[in-house]
Write a protein that binds this ligand. Structure first.
Ligand code: SF4
Ligand code: SF4
Length: 103
C-alpha cells in the first residue's frame, strides 16, 4: 500500500511520518514488530528530520507491504488489505490504529 502514515517519534525506518522499511510486521495485538528504536532516542529522529529536507513526492510514492497477525476485518490471509493505514505511538508500543475487530 502507498497510504501508510506512521507518526512514531522513535524509529530508524521513519522519515517525516512515512515508513521506509518496505515490509512491516504487525503482531496479534496490532503492534509494529518492525520498529527499530534509534540509538539516540526521540531527539535523534528530530535532528535527522531537521537536517534532511523531505522529498514529499518521493515519500508519498513509497510502497509498504504489511504482514499482519491481528484479528481485523482488513486482514486477508495475513496481509493488510486497507488502502490507508495509521500507525501511532500508544502509551507503551507503536500500534496500528486502523484496526477494526470483526463483530
Ligand atoms: S514503527 Fe513500524 S510502521 Fe512506523 S516507521 Fe517504524 S517500522 Fe515503519
Ligand atoms: S488495519 Fe487491520 S489488517 Fe491492517 S495492519 Fe491494522 S490490524 Fe492489521
Amino acid at each position: 500500500m502507498k497510504g501508510l502514515k506512521c507518526t512514531t517519534n522513535n524509529c530508524e525506518h521513519n522519515d517525516h511520518d512515512h515508513c521506509m522499511a518496505g515490509i512491516i510486521d504487525i503482531s496479534e495485538s496490532a503492534v509494529c514488530k518492525t520498529k527499530l528504536k534509534r540509538e539516540g532516542g526521540t531527539l535523534s529522529q528530530i535532528f535527522a528530520e531537521y537536517e534532511a529536507a523531505p522529498d514529499i513526492e518521493m515519500l508519498e510514492d513509497v510502497e509498504t507491504v504489511v504482514q499482519c497477525d491481528a484479528d481485523c476485518v482488513y486482514n486477508t490471509n495475513r496481509m493488510c488489505s486497507r488502502e490507508n493505514l495509521n500507525i501511532e505511538d500508544s502509551v507503551i508500543r507503536t500500534k496500528c490504529f486502523s484496526r477494526k475487530k470483526p463483530v
